[in-house]
Design a protein around this ligand. Structure first.
Ligand SMILES: [Zn+2]
Length: 260
């Protein structure tokens, strides 16, 4: 199997034209016509992930967050990104990124979160096409209403969070849920317009929490935590098309944020 064929399973699912203009997605390093040995699936590429790929014999790393996000003009090995780039080139390892195109794709990052929470009747929070299929974030419903504390406890467990940060409890049950994987502060108003009981995302700042205004419960579960299951999308797409091709989930916890 060529690298071109493996990455096509991801780009068919999350076409690169769905990316945001500022993004850097697609095959970032490597020759698409090389034979793929095995793929390592990750949220971020760090040196530890590259070492893992080398030890597992994977010459393809598929990542959610891209490298070379702001471009690169010299390659001296002065920081982790430059060092890992030199390492992947020396070891003939390719890197493919599906970032905002996977955030915006139907059944992408936020849909995977909704699947983990068993949400029903799901649709994008912000559609980007007239069929209302592709789009960012998700709105959906729990099968049954549940009190806030029970839901937050389940949420924390489901996304393996060390802590979750939330606004004042509204003493009303949760059923309609809006969520967005990664940094979703800019969609708080959309979640409120949807009359969602709760909005779940990552990277909320102090002033973002004031926007709850007693009309919605805002919850920050963490950027990495919210997107951790994105790797499963890569696995599903590759194994659906190439059942015998070996894909490995990276065992490196690339979350740079630790808790005391
Ligand atoms: Zn992200």
């Amino acid at each position: 199997m060529k690298i071109r064929e493996i990455i096509a399973t991801i780009s068919d699912f999350a076409p690169e034209y769905l990316k945001e203009t500022y993004d850097n997605v697609g095959l970032l390093v490597g020759n698409p016509d090389s034979e793929a040995t095995a793929a390592l699936l990750t949220i971020d590429v760090t040196e530890a992930v590259v070492d893992e790929a080398i030890s597992l014999g994977c010459n393809l790393i598929i990542t959610h967050h891209p490298i070379m996000f702001r471009g690169i003009k010299q390659l001296h090995g002065r920081n982790e990104e430059e060092r890992l780039l030199i390492k992947v080139i020396k070891h003939d390892i390719a890197i493919y990124a599906a970032h905002t195109n996977l955030d915006n794709a139907y059944l992408g990052v936020s849909f995977k979160m909704a699947e983990k929470l068993n949400l029903q009747n799901i649709k994008p929070l912000k559609s980007i096409d007239c069929e209302q299929k592709n789009g960012i974030g998700v709105v959906g419903f729990l099968e049954q209403k549940i009190d806030e504390i029970s839901f937050l406890t389940q949420l924390k467990k489901c996304f393996q969070c060390n802590q979750i940060r939330h606004t004042k409890l509204l003493e009303k049950p949760i059923q309609k849920i809006a969520l967005c994987g990664g940094s979703g502060a800019e969609f708080i108003d959309l979640a409120k317009q949807e009359n969602a009981d709760i909005y779940i995302t990552g990277d909320l700042k102090y002033h973002d929490f004031f926007k709850a205004e007693n009309s919605i419960l805002l919850v920050d579960i963490g950027h990495f935590e919210s997107e951790q299951y994105t790797k499963e999308i890569f696995f599903e797409q590759i194994s659906k098309n190439f059942p015998t091709f070996a894909s490995h989930y990276s065992k490196v916890n690339t979350n740079p944020i630790k808790f005391l």
